[in-house]
Ligand binder design. Structure first.
Ligand SMILES: O=P(O)(O)OC[C@H]1O[C@H](OP(=O)(O)OP(=O)(O)O)[C@H](O)[C@@H]1O
Ligand SMILES: O=C(O)c1cc(=O)[nH]c(=O)[nH]1
Length: 209
């Protein structure tokens, strides 16, 4: 595979380290409750410095240089946000999925974000609900500008619709369509597995029911 686009390089990094899992017999359960024959474990990539670097560089290429704060979504967005903030020499913050019930009781940890231009880093978007918890909290904190970037997205309409409700921009370094197209050129998936994954993606909420 040569002359890959950024989307393809990122997808390749994910399957090169075998972060993309397929299990048709025992489907994965997503955070949203969706059952799926495919699971993309971006956390697993953290153990591979070359592929990790590919992803961090892709983020840095896609993030506005004048951003004030890099914000990670707990938990899987935090390590990526940390690498990016370090590389871009920017402040780092992160958002918990709920306020801490002791200590200072904060949901946003790190520097002040009020009035700041922030980029929210998420590892993966399925329905968008997890990252939108962070968006909601940051909007209430009156950030000046906000967008979300993730490593991977399934490209579901439900995510687009959820993001519209928050009037928030989001984008991903790579996505399901690019991944499946690239995987079709390898023997990573059998033809049957690839067909099942494609079938699932057409109606994930109903799949397997
Ligand atoms: O777009 P969504 O439908 O919300 O799904 C994606 C979210 O699900 C996963 O998080 P998970 O809850 O598994 O926890 P983690 O980040 O702590 O690993 C993933 O890391 C995203 O945050
Ligand atoms: O929606 C999720 O929970 C989810 C899907 C996926 O492929 N990978 C992941 O880490 N979470």
């Amino acid at each position: 595979m040569t002359n890959l686009t950024l989307e393809e390089k990122v997808a390749k990094a994910l399957f090169d380290v075998k972060a993309v899992k397929i299990n048709v017999g025992e489907p994965f359960t997503f955070a949203s409750g969706i059952k799926s024959p495919i699971y993309c474990d971006n956390r697993y990539v953290l153990g591979f410095s070359k592929e990790r670097d590919t992803i961090v560089e892709a983020f840095v290429e896609r993030i506005d240089k004048d951003v004030d704060v890099i914000v990670g979504v707990a938990t899987a967005g935090i390590p990526w946000a940390s690498f990016i903030a370090d590389r871009m020499k920017k402040p780092l913050a992160y958002v918990r999925n709920k306020p801490k019930d002791h200590g200072a009781g904060k949901q946003i940890e790190g520097p002040e974000v009020k009035g700041k231009k922030v980029v929210v880093i998420e590892d993966l978007i399925t329905t968008g609900k997890s990252s939108l918890i962070a968006v909601d909290v940051l909007q209430k904190e009156e950030v000046r500008e906000l967008e979300v970037k993730s490593i991977f997205s399934y490209g579901f309409d439900s995510a687009k619709e959820n993001y519209v409700k928050y009037n928030c921009k989001f984008s991903s370094l790579s996505n399901f369509d690019v991944l499946i197209r690239l995987l079709a050129q390898t023997d990573y998936l059998t033809q049957n597995e690839a067909e099942i994954a494609l079938e699932w993606s057409k109606n994930p909420e109903k799949w397997g029911k």
